[in-house]
Design a protein around this ligand. Structure first.
Ligand SMILES: NC(=O)c1ccc[n+]([C@@H]2O[C@H](COP(=O)([O-])OP(=O)(O)OC[C@H]3O[C@@H](n4cnc5c(N)ncnc54)[C@H](OP(=O)(O)O)[C@@H]3O)[C@@H](O)[C@H]2O)c1
Length: 247
């Protein structure tokens, strides 16, 4: 491996890069010289703003977790623009809660589908290009609820657990191609996704969190960049970044 592999000019694709954790990952990667394909579904303007803040380093790309065909198109767009792909951060996701007994089967499966189908499609589309990448890696953004479980989240936590099994198995499949696959399991983070958390639930979560607060998107981004760029002896790892909520 070339010692400059982790420096400038690497090419990454970040799904769900238009907002929240994905936007913070996009920015953190550009700050270390990477060029980043940043996917949006509805947040075209937000992705364009990120691109304006890092000229020639951010390429907004449309991707919809519900439409598998957009995965191949997103990967092709990045590869045709920059000629290769070195890292993939599978971050796009949607939360939807509800106790099993109170959730209709179709709604339950839709949470699984939304979080998994497009994510797997992106990984599948990216693999042939990552094989030719420099120090290639995949990071899956799961959740700590996929590690320890959470009442009211059987579907979302089920999808996030599946990402862990998927990622660890893929790590074994593609190690021979030099590709590392790791999983990030954030705890509660202040983004649009947690806007819906009521003040009383927020207080309970903060009390249960050893560090006493929600994390920031930037704190999660640092861990994602570590796994993606620096953790050259990590594969199949699950890194929990939750302020001690799961302790
Ligand atoms: N926030 C937390 O506390 C927390 C904790 C653990 C894990 N996570 C995980 O971290 C990841 C990012 O979460 P976040 O808090 O940053 O969420 P967020 O602020 O709601 O942002 C979600 C991102 O995913 C994209 N996205 C949502 N639905 C999509 C779909 N159907 N197809 C394609 N893209 C879609 C959004 O794109 P557009 O805006 O362009 O539509 C946006 O860029 C998710 O996988 C989430 O499950 C979050």
């Amino acid at each position: 491996m070339d010692e400059n592999d982790h420096d400038d000019n690497r090419v990454a694709l970040v799904s769900g890069g238009s907002r929240g954790i994905g936007a913070a990952v996009t920015t953190a990667l550009t700050q270390r010289g990477c060029r980043v394909g940043c996917t949006y579904r509805t947040g075209h303007d937000e992705a364009e703003k990120l691109a304006a803040g890092a000229p020639d380093q951010v390429l907004p790309v449309h991707f919809d977790l519900h439409d598998e065909s957009t995965a191949a198109l997103a990967v092709e767009r990045v590869v045709s623009h920059w000629g290769r792909l070195d890292s993939l951060i599978l971050n796009a996701g949607q939360w939807s809660g509800g106790r099993l007994a109170e959730t209709e089967p179709d709604a339950w499966w839709s949470v699984i589908e939304t979080n998994l189908r497009g994510t797997v499609a992106l990984a599948r589309a990216a693999l042939p290009h990552l094989v030719d990448g420099r120090s290639p890696s995949i990071v899956l953004v799961s959740s700590v609820v996929g590690v320890i479980g959470h009442a009211g989240d059987t579907a979302y936590a089920g999808a996030k657990s599946a990402m862990i099994g998927f990622g660890r198995s893929l790590a074994k499949e593609v190690a021979r191609d030099g590709i590392r696959v790791n999983v990030l399991a954030p705890g509660f983070v202040t983004t649009d996704m947690t806007d819906a958390v009521s003040p009383s639930a927020r207080r309970r979560i903060e009390e249960a969190t050893v560090l006493g607060r929600f994390g920031t998107a930037d704190e999660i981004a640092k861990a994602a960049v570590f796994l993606s760029e620096d953790a050259t002896f990590c594969t199949g790892s699950v890194l929990t970044v939750d302020g001690g909520w799961a302790l």
